[in-house]
Ligand binder design. Structure first.
Ligand code: DAH
Length: 340
């Protein structure tokens, strides 16, 4: 029996010699010390041992078991320590490394310009009205003194939804909605998206406009000019002047194109102003009598001026953007350059 035990001890020592994972060690332990392991099997041989010898053999067995438990225990502790060290090493965090910073979002240049415009005009007493993007022919054209056969309709390639419904081509449509409901004095600003079948480096099928309308007693072109000067200084910088050139829009009479003196070269002539010293920024004029009349406002008692500008155009000028597509592509490498 002693021999068998010695032989078993040897085999246990041999089996655990090179083990280095706690799982494998556990399996080996079960093989020897488990319920039907080799040690238990050997103990079953006790039945054949004569009674008087049993206490002695029993002690030997117990010693064997204690010895084996100790071997496994020691090794298990060592392996677990090693495994834990490995895990700690793998999970180590170098707290001195720079962190993964979250980039802060920024407002779109269109939004920045729109907000700046609203803030400039709000300072002059304007309030904001937003009309619908899907309009009736009436608001977008007819009421703006542009009946069905009017050649000015060709100036704007319109997206029609039905014969009467369309995507508004100009925020001027909002003027009518305001004048129908509100009687003078009127001083509103109407920003929003407009749509035209037009697509190149300076045109997009969808873009944004900012409309302005003032109606009251005794409003003249001088009021328009004074207000535009103030607007130009605030948005493009001190020293910027405006000039009016005769133009044509069906809903204003007289109509003007408004230029600002080139804020890049101060008027001397450069690439931005194409050598002219002036940059065109918006259309404007005195509200046509027919338009006032159509909205139930007496043109002999009241007069008004209106203006409309492209927000993208202002943004492109202000920030030196040369392709309008950049404003619609949503490329964050471009957009993150703007802070507001
Ligand atoms: N609606 C015009 C356009 O889209 C711009 C415009 C011109 C608006 C003159 C006005 C105005 O209010 O008076 O081209």
């Amino acid at each position: 029996m002693q021999e068998k035990i010695n032989e078993l001890k040897k085999r246990i020592a041999e089996a655990i010699k090179d083990v280095n994972s706690s799982d494998t060690l556990f399996q080996i332990k079960m093989k020897f010390l488990g319920k039907s392991g080799e040690v238990s099997e050997l103990m079953k041989g006790m039945r054949d041992v004569p009674k008087e010898k049993r206490p002695e053999i029993g002690m030997i067995f117990n010693a064997l078991k204690l010895w084996a438990e100790e071997q496994f225990g020691k090794l298990d502790k060592a392996i677990k320590e090693k495994e834990l060290k490995k895990q700690y090493a793998a999970e180590a965090i170098d707290v001195t490394l720079p962190g993964n910073t979250m980039r802060k979002g920024a407002y779109h240049p269109n939004t920045l310009v729109k907000r700046e415009l609203i803030s400039i005009f709000a300072g002059m007493g304007f309030t904001v009205f937003e009309g619908p993007e899907i309009e009736n022919d009436y608001y977008n054209f007819t009421a703006l003194n542009t009946p069905a056969d009017h050649p000015a309709r060709d100036m704007q390639d319109t997206f029609y939804i039905t014969g009467d419904l369309l995507l508004r081509t100009q925020t001027s449509a909002g003027q009518i909605r305001v004048m129908e409901k509100q009687k003078p004095p009127i001083k509103i600003l109407s920003p929003g998206k407009v749509y035209r079948s037009d697509d190149d480096a300076t045109h997009s099928p969808m873009f944004s406009q900012m409309e302005g309308l003032v109606v009251d007693k005794g409003i003249t072109l001088c009021d328009l000019k004074g207000m535009l000067d103030e607007f130009a200084r605030k948005i493009f910088g001190d020293g910027v002047k405006t000039r009016l050139r005769p133009s044509y829009f069906p809903f204003t009479e007289p109509s003007v194109e408004v230029d600002v003196s080139c804020f890049e070269c101060g008027g001397k002539g450069c690439r931005l102003c194409k050598g002219t010293g002036w940059i065109e920024v918006l259309g404007a004029g005195m509200v046509n009598r027919h338009v006032l009349e159509g909205c139930g406002i007496d043109p002999d008692e009241y007069s008004g001026f209106a203006f409309g500008m492209g927000i993208e155009r202002i943004a492109m000028l202000k920030y030196g953007i040369n392709n309008m597509k950049l404003l619609f592509e949503g490329d964050t490498r471009f957009l993150r350059q703007f802070k507001g």
